[in-house]
Design a protein around this ligand. Structure first.
Ligand code: GLN
Length: 282
């Protein structure tokens, strides 16, 4: 049997020859997961041979990666806001850009110790809601999604990150089944125009759930629904903070005006694209 180092080198070469820019990192993560060891274990015991089961698992992982499945999906986990999140076929892989939304919401809250009520529409893996509850020790949350599979994953992520006792999850098409008032409405809704989806990178197009991407003919449909519902769901002084596509800031500002909302901030992501819009009632 091959040793860990040999298996790593071989997988790195295969991926790199297949044109993967991140071959070294990918190979490492796949190897660690297939064997079930930490990076430290690998450094400490590089010459331990793989068991036949580990070799089979690694070969299956390699094949999936060669088929352009994102590493996060293969290992079933992705870090967001420094916290681990399990993924499922019904959830988007959390993106670093989405941390902009969490950051913006936190920056606009006057009191982080307040007992805020938060609702997250299209919660997916629950990454936004769980990150916020992690930072807001007295807050409670409701995660909403149209996909039952996503809700099961989100609930597990809330429990795994120790905020499970402060949130609930509900199956609903946007706010159709949701009542009550919230101090903070957040969402990273699907915002890709339907016609653009075929042109997306294949790792996104073929592996992220379409429901989590498709924002209708102009990509703005979910915002129209959410901003309409905000009038009914926002508590006095409440905030709406949503992620947007890089070219949607202007359209969002217009929509906000139509729904009696004032733009508080348009925040930029790490590539300096407008990525998040924060609003409050006029
Ligand atoms: N809220 C989840 C995330 O940010 C899912 C978003 C989505 O499915 N569009 O990852």
């Amino acid at each position: 049997m091959k040793t860990r180092t040999e298996a790593l080198r071989e997988l790195r070469r295969t991926l790199s020859e297949a044109g993967f820019d991140t071959a070294a990192l990918d190979a490492r993560l796949l190897l660690l997961t297939a064997i079930g060891i930490s990076a430290t274990d690998l450094i400490t015991w590089p010459d331990t041979p793989l068991t036949p089961e580990q070799a089979t698992t690694l070969a299956a992982f390699a094949e999936r990666r060669l088929n352009h499945e994102p590493v996060a999906r293969i290992v079933g986990e992705r870090e967001f806001w420094g916290l681990p999140f399990r993924l499922s076929p019904e959830t988007l892989v959390p993106r670093p850009d989405t941390e902009t939304l969490v950051e913006t919401a936190l920056a606009l809250l006057p009191d982080r110790q307040a007992p805020l009520r938060i609702v997250d529409f299209g919660t997916g893996s629950g990454c936004i809601l769980v990150a916020l509850l992690h930072e807001l020790p007295q807050a409670t949350g409701l995660g909403v999604d149209l996909s039952f599979g996503a809700l099961v994953t989100a609930r597990a992520n809330a429990a795994g990150n120790r905020v499970g006792n402060r949130c609930h999850f509900a199956l609903s098409r946007w706010a159709d089944a949701i009542a009550g008032r919230f101090d903070l409405i957040v969402s990273n809704p699907p915002y890709i125009a339907s016609g653009v989806i075929p042109t997306l990178d294949e790792e996104v197009r073929d592996h992220d759930p379409r429901l989590a991407l498709d924002g209708g003919p102009d990509g703005l449909e979910p915002y129209r629904i959410l901003l309409t519902e905000a009038e009914r769901l926002l508590a006095p002084g409440g905030l709406v903070v949503v992620e947007i596509g890089y070219d949607q800031a202007e359209a969002l500002s217009r929509l906000a005006g139509l729904h009696g909302l004032e733009i508080l901030r348009i925040a930029h992501d790490l590539s300096n694209n407008p990525r998040c819009v924060a609003m409050k009632r006029l």
